[in-house]
Each structure stands twice: as structure tokens, then as C-alpha cells.
Design a protein around this ligand. Structure first.
Ligand SMILES: Cc1ncc(COP(=O)(O)O)c(C=O)c1O
Length: 440
């Protein structure tokens, strides 16, 4: 390691806890990409997140940290999040350092860097470090929770919903074969308020008294619908139902602390809305709740109470984990609440227009509390998979707008629109004008 890189590593090691997203800007000046950090976006004080959401000067500055997709208006940012340039630089530097130092780094220094990343993730989530283990993605976290959940017995029921992530629905249904339980899939209303959603879940709980375990998605990947997780979880708890929460799409798209949701177990990734390199997820297990999730069978100590014993990932992407503090720093510099408000505002820009068009059907949240920066629509009455595929293709080829078709809702397929913090109002106006022309 040359002196300069060693100094950078030492500076990185100095980074301890971070401020909360709601607090906006935080630590600068002691990080790997040094000079760049002093010019990170810093949100103005004394202005609400909602007012800042309309401040184009501020968001142009934020956008200047990102490289843009070329050749198309990209409104498909629900797949994974783009790293801002300072995070990408830190990642590339880490990759070079790890590759150069190889096992000497991994065996001697990585565990301290890993712990630091976990501490910072825990701080931003409002959790304790011993409640968090980093995984490769939300899928790995959810698989551990669902497949290692111990408390099911033959004859029990498990609950899932149409808005859940498709492969997680398959996984929940697989418990029928492997555990002899009945899987019940709830169809949520096409458009719903928080009250409607809570009522739908309560009705399902009351109609199915054998439910023992449920999957609950904080923000659906189909249309960005927010589920009232805290309220549903409280009702589930009253009935002895355990909740596994999928937060893959919500962390960073919304600004919250895990305790706000009241859940015992949750799965995250950091490569969507936190802007970390691809391949970083997290598993949260509240203290005192681990006995119901067995230790991963590849672990030596099957009686371990540690959350990290619930996964067994093998060799991981060291460099990606090293860049996690940089991603959190950038996220905090923009401000979690500011990001959430801006993305909601961007969603409103096309959505409000779409709501006025009689040939367009907008799906998802019927009240502001149920809506995020992500949204979906379809042509009225055209809800087959082929309809959604054709609509996505038309937007791409005729209007130069990239989106994605989603097929998981009981109500039928749709096209999902997901702006990012660097998306411009002009790009959403283009979508609005395309929607008008889709008539007939
Ligand atoms: C709601 C939801 N859950 C889970 C996942 C899977 O996340 P990961 O790719 O991190 O495993 C996604 C990915 O799109 C998602 O949108």
C-alpha cells in the first residue's frame, strides 16, 4: 500500500457514527475521496423537505454528482440505484486496494472495516449494531428469515400478498411443500388508502385464524404502494402472527427508522435507494427475537444467538462493503427526508397529469401517505401481461422513455415509472405529454 492510500485508509477508519438522515448534512472532510467531500451537496437549513423538493437549483446540484444514462429518458430506477460519482470513486479505489493487498488486507483489516460499515448502517436505521448483519442483497436476507423460521407446524397458515416481490411469493408458497402449511395470498385493492390496507389485512387475519407467519412489503415493487407496516404489525402481534418485513424498496426511498415500523425482522438492500455498490444487503433482527429463526445450517455453532449466524454468505465483495460509509455519507448529505420528498414530488409531476386522462388508469396509493416516488399506470382496461409489455415498448420506441412492465398484481399488469434524484421535471413532462398521446 503506498503512503497516500494508507493515509486514506486511516482517515476512513476515523469515521465513526453518522448523523441521521433527518438531520441532513453530516460529517465531511475525513473520508477516502477527501477533496470531493467538501463539495458534496449540502441541503440549505430552515427550509422544509417539501419546499426543498421544488428547489430546482438544489436538485440540479445534486444531479451534477451523477453520470446520466445516454440515449433514452431513463425512468426505470427501481431496479437498482446509481452510485453518485464520489461513491463510485471510493468503490473503485477500494477495489484497487483490496485487489492489491489481497488476503493480507482481507485477513487482517477487513473485519474492522466491516464492523464500521455495520455500525453506520445500524445508526442510520436506528438499530443497534448487534441487530444487523450485512448480506449480499435483500433476497439473501429474506431467504434466511423465511426458510429458517422455526415456529411453523403442519396445519398452520402463512400469509402473503399480491404486492409482494414475485420470488418471495414463490418462496412463501414453497412452505406448503416443505412445512405442510397453507399459503394464503391476499389481493389488495387496486387503489387504496392506508385505512383500506389496514382493514384488508385485519379482515384476512380474522378470516384465517391459523395464520402464524406473514410476509409484509413496506413498499411494493409493483407500484410503489406504502403498506401501513406499524399498524398491520400491531394487529398481527395481537393475534400471535410473526411478521417478516421486506424493506428492499423502501429504505432511502422513504425516510424512517426501523423502530418506527415495530417489526422484529426486516430485509434491506443498500444498492437501490442508498446508492451503495451492487451486492450489499442487510438483515435486521431485533434483540430478543432470534430464537425463532434458526442459525444457518452451515454455521459451526448452531446455538449461536448472533444475528450474523443467521446467514452464511461465503466470500463477499470486500470493496463494496468498504464503500458503504461513502454511500451513507452522500445519502445523508442530500438528506433522507429531502430525497423522499423530492422523489414523491417527481412522482406527483406525472401522476397528477395522468389522473386527469380518462384513458389512463393510475395504480397504487389513493392517499398521499400511501404514495412514494415510484408509481404505475396502464391504459384503461388493458391489464394483460402483453398489454403492459406493448405499452412499455411503445414508450421506449415512440417516445424515448425507458420504463418497465410489472406483472405481479392480482388486478393485472402495469408499467412502472421510477424517477431518481437526478431526474429532471422536463423528463417527467415528456412522459406527461406521451401519456396524452397514448389515447386510442
Ligand atoms: C420489493 C422488493 N423486494 C425485494 C427485492 C429484491 O432485492 P435484492 O435484489 O436486493 O435481492 C426487490 C428488488 O427489486 C424489490 O423491489
Amino acid at each position: 500500500m503506498n503512503n497516500e492510500n494508507a493515509a486514506k485508509l486511516d482517515r476512513r477508519k476515523l469515521i465513526a457514527g453518522i448523523g441521521t438522515a433527518a438531520a441532513g448534512a453530516m460529517l465531511f472532510g475525513n473520508r477516502a475521496f477527501g477533496a470531493a467531500s467538501s463539495s458534496l451537496p449540502s441541503s440549505p437549513s430552515g427550509i422544509s423537505a417539501w419546499d426543498l423538493a421544488r428547489d430546482e437549483t438544489y436538485w440540479r446540484r445534486v444531479a451534477s454528482f451523477y453520470d446520466r444514462t445516454e440515449g433514452i429518458v431513463n425512468l426505470e430506477h427501481g431496479y437498482w440505484g446509481k452510485m453518485p460519482r464520489p461513491v463510485q470513486t471510493a468503490y473503485l479505489e477500494a477495489l484497487q486496494r483490496v485487489n492489491k493487498q489481497n488476503s493480507f488486507y482481507a485477513r487482517k483489516e477487513f473485519s474492522a472495516d466491516y464492523r464500521r460499515a455495520v455500525e453506520q448502517v445500524a445508526t442510520l436505521l436506528g438499530a443497534e449494531p448487534d441487530e444487523i448483519v450485512l448480506t449480499r442483497n435483500a433476497t439473501e436476507s429474506i431467504q434466511s428469515l423465511i426458510l429458517q423460521y422455526k415456529a411453523l407446524k403442519k396445519g398452520d397458515s402463512v400469509l402473503l400478498a399480491d404486492v409482494d416481490y414475485p420470488s418471495f411469493k414463490v418462496l412463501m408458497r414453497s412452505l406448503e411443500q416443505s412445512r405442510g402449511v397453507k399459503a394464503i395470498e391476499l389481493a389488495l385493492p387496486r387503489k387504496a388508502t392506508q385505512a383500506d390496507l389496514l382493514a384488508t389485512y385485519i379482515k384476512a387475519f380474522d378470516a384465517n385464524p391459523k395464520i402464524k407467519l406473514m410476509l409484509l412489503t413496506h413498499v411494493s415493487n409493483q407500484h410503489g404502494l406504502i403498506l401501513p407496516v406499524a399498524e398491520i404489525t400491531a394487529e398481527a402481534r395481537l393475534r400471535g402472527i410473526d411478521v417478516i418485513c421486506d424493506n428492499a424498496q423502501s429504505w432511502g426511498l422513504l425516510d424512517y427508522r426501523i423502530r418506527d415500523l415495530g417489526v422484529d425482522w426486516a430485509a434491506f438492500n443498500l444498492h437501490k435507494w442508498i446508492g451503495a455498490p451492487l451486492g450489499i444487503g442487510a438483515l435486521y433482527m431485533r434483540r430478543g427475537t432470534r430464537e425463532k429463526i434458526s442459525v444457518h445450517p452451515a454455521e459451526k455453532d448452531l446455538s449461536s444467538t448472533s444475528v450474523s449466524a443467521r446467514v452464511h454468505p461465503g466470500t463477499i465483495n470486500f470493496a463494496a462493503i468498504l464503500a458503504v460509509p461513502d454511500a451513507l455519507e452522500f445519502h445523508n448529505a442530500v438528506g433522507g427526508a429531502n430525497k423522499a420528498a423530492r422523489l414523491r414530488y417527481m412522482n406527483d409531476l406525472w401522476r397528477n397529469e395522468a389522473e386527469t386522462l380518462s384513458h389512463i388508469e393510475v395504480l397504487g396509493g389513493a392517499d398521499p401517505e400511501s404514495r412514494t416516488g415510484m408509481g404505475s399506470f396502464r391504459l384503461l382496461g388493458k391489464n394483460s401481461d402483453d398489454d403492459a409489455k406493448a405499452l412499455q415498448k411503445k414508450l421506449e420506441t415512440d417516445f424515448g422513455i425507458f420504463s418497465v412492465a410489472r406483472y405481479g398484481l392480482a388486478d393485472g399488469a402495469c408499467v412502472r415509472i421510477t424517477p431518481q434524484v437526478f431526474t429532471t421535471p422536463n423528463e417527467l413532462e415528456k412522459l406527461g405529454s406521451a401519456l396524452k398521446k397514448l389515447c386510442g
